[in-house]
Write a new protein. Structure first.
Lengths: 229, 229
């Protein structure tokens, strides 16, 4: 796995120590996330669309209705900025200025193309489901031809990429440690799962599947990273 | 409070029942969020930057280093797409096609301008801190002139806006309820706070402030919505 070369768009100029160009760091963040924000421009106007995504080796993949404006625009191979941002905590310092957020973010630049081959498309949708819920694909009613036609799957190579990460406690100015009487530290945040709620129409004997017990996005991200290679 | 008129950019064409143009709905989502994604275009290339934000009446406000590329670009009054997306749950259906995400999202279009007046700028930064941590501003070492200069505060009017919301259980095709033996329902997700971790350098007698006990982004969003008017 080769690392990324900083480009004019990905070079971190401010706080450069927060920038990371190792492919392993970029992939780990992509594997831990659920939703990305896709930025694109139509008629000189920027749009940002949030959507779920997954990683397959050296590409990210997302999908949507073939009729959606965002999907129809992006499949024309226009430039895209693909952003994943994981919020890990609020950083409370002794001055307003040094308050911050602990985060892991990835920005990718490139353009996306639809996966047209029917088998490749189906395999990619299966990978998306299995990434979140291992074993579920085989339980589902298989997709129909019409459903596959109504779904566009877009892939974008992970070529031009940068990760940016902040961790750890606040960094205060020296004199403030001695003179400012306030609590300082980190309030951890994470996207956490609650108790699953069934829809009240389960067939007799259908129980809670193992993939929903103790569901943990971060844990599955680590566990499934290898599968994406 | 007047509601929003759909425009070419904000009219929801697909699944229009998910679109909402009431100002109250838009504001409630903005008040419940912590991080936005700002989309903008430089030299025909889209960028998406995640950052914290807050709402003050009929504008959203965010800030950053005066030296940051994102801040310097956006303060030139270029077109901006401002996106807030709250992920409420994974929706598991009986077919892959009907899987979904429960979410609340807001898209705003417009352009941003820096808050130049020093008093207004300071009041806005105070509002940002107090929104998250009521009472904290008075505990902090006040900002210096240099810190205020190094910080740019951007405001954008909430003029062209749309909310999009999905809630509730999966909606499956009729026959699948009878024939597909799998669990179906919703796995709730929320950005949840863990236990606060102090930085080990608190002055003697400084304890955990009340605003960090039982911190709940959604609850503070509701509680503080009135304050933003």
């Amino acid at each position: 796995m080769s690392d990324f070369k900083p480009t004019a768009r990905t070079r971190i100029k401010r706080l450069p120590k927060r920038g990371h160009y190792e492919r392993e760091t970029v992939n780990a963040i992509l594997d831990a996330g659920l939703v990305c924000h896709v930025g694109y421009t139509i008629d000189e106007h920027p749009y940002v669309t949030a959507t779920s995504y997954w990683r397959e080796g050296d590409r990210v993949v997302w999908h949507g209705s073939s009729a959606s404006r965002a999907i129809r625009a992006v499949k024309q191979a226009i430039p895209v900025c693909f952003n994943v941002s994981l919020i890990d905590g609020l950083v409370l310092a002794r001055s307003g200025f040094h308050h911050s957020i602990n985060y892991r973010t990835v920005m990718l630049f490139g353009d996306a193309a639809p996966i047209e081959d029917p088998d490749e498309k189906l395999a990619s949708l299966e990978a998306f489901t299995e990434r979140l819920f291992p074993g579920r694909w085989a339980e589902l009613r298989p997709p129909t031809r019409q459903e596959l036609k109504a779904t566009t799957v877009l892939a974008m190579r992970i070529d031009e990429a940068v990760a940016k990460v902040r961790t750890g406690p606040p960094v205060d100015d020296g004199e403030d440690y001695a003179t400012t009487r306030c609590w300082a530290g980190v309030l951890p945040l994470k996207l956490a799962a609650g108790e699953p709620v069934d829809d009240g129409r389960l067939l007799p004997g259908v129980g809670l599947p193992s993939y929903l017990k103790g569901f943990d996005l971060e844990a599955y991200g680590k566990a499934n990273a290898a599968a994406a290679e």
